[in-house]
Design a protein around this ligand. Structure first.
Ligand SMILES: Nc1ncnc2c1ncn2[C@@H]1O[C@H](COP(=O)(O)OP(=O)(O)O)[C@@H](O)[C@H]1O
Ligand SMILES: [Mg+2]
Length: 213
């Protein structure tokens, strides 16, 4: 497989979408439109999008946490086979918004299912295929939640404690993953101005893949 698989991680509000848009545009200038695949989980193809709909349907508020974790892993599998593997075979650079680390941080730590359990079910799903590089946008939980709240029609900036403690668990799980996988995960301070986050990301990509940027 000739392609390059890069995942982007971090909580909502960290800036993944903003950074990935710019990086995609920059890489497309270098490699052409067909040289880059910008994709996100869960989703990417008709089967994974149907699983996404089940996961995010407001009627499914009573979904069991393990069911949720298995559905994320199922969507990931389909995305991998239908989208990522063909792109890797044709030599593309793949920028993927969230991958296994999200499940470990959110379902494993946030929802308390256990990081090891989530890693195991995901091993079955991905069969060892991990990104060569993961950009982790690290941000203080309060600041991340504030950015999201500001987006929602300027509602009062009141952060509920439950949301905050959930996000803190997610953040420390991400930080632990970064410590355990120093060769794969590059941590970037996402509290910096967006232009600096983008240049730090470009640098991290260039350091891993010399021919890019
Ligand atoms: N470095 C930054 N500094 C200030 N605001 C930012 C920064 N990065 C993103 N934002 C803003 O925060 C919000 C969430 O950004 P987004 O890129 O959608 O993050 P994510 O995809 O990780 O949820 C958006 O309103 C965006 O404009
Ligand atoms: Mg986003």
């Amino acid at each position: 497989m000739d392609g390059k698989f890069i995942s982007f991680e971090g909580p909502d509000g960290a800036g993944k979408t903003s950074v990935m848009r710019q990086i995609t545009a920059d890489l497309q200038k270098q490699l052409g439109l067909d040289g880059v695949l910008y994709t996100r989980e869960p989703g990417g193809n008709h089967i994974a999008e149907q699983i996404r709909d089940v996961l995010f349907d407001a009627r499914n508020i009573d979904m069991d946490p393990r069911t949720e974790a298995l559905l994320f892993a199922a969507a990931r599998r389909q995305h991998l086979v239908a989208d990522i593997m063909p792109a890797l075979k044709s030599g593309k650079v793949i920028l993927c918004d969230r991958y296994v680390d999200s499940s470990i941080a959110y379902q494993g730590a946030g929802r308390g299912l256990g990081e090891d359990n989530i890693w195991r079910i995901n091993q079955f799903a991905i069969d060892g295929l991990m990104p060569e590089l993961t950009i982790y946008l690290d941000i203080d939980s309060e600041l991340g939640l504030k950015r999201i709240a500001q987006n929602r029609a300027d509602q009062v900036n009141r952060l509920d404690e439950e949301a905050l403690s959930f996000h803190r668990k997610v953040r420390s799980a991400y930080q632990k993953l970064a410590r355990q996988n120093p060769d794969r995960i590059v941590t970037i301070d996402a509290s910096q101005p967006l232009t600096q986050v983008i240049s730090a990301t470009r640098l991290a990509i260039h350091q891993r893949f010399e021919q890019l940027f």
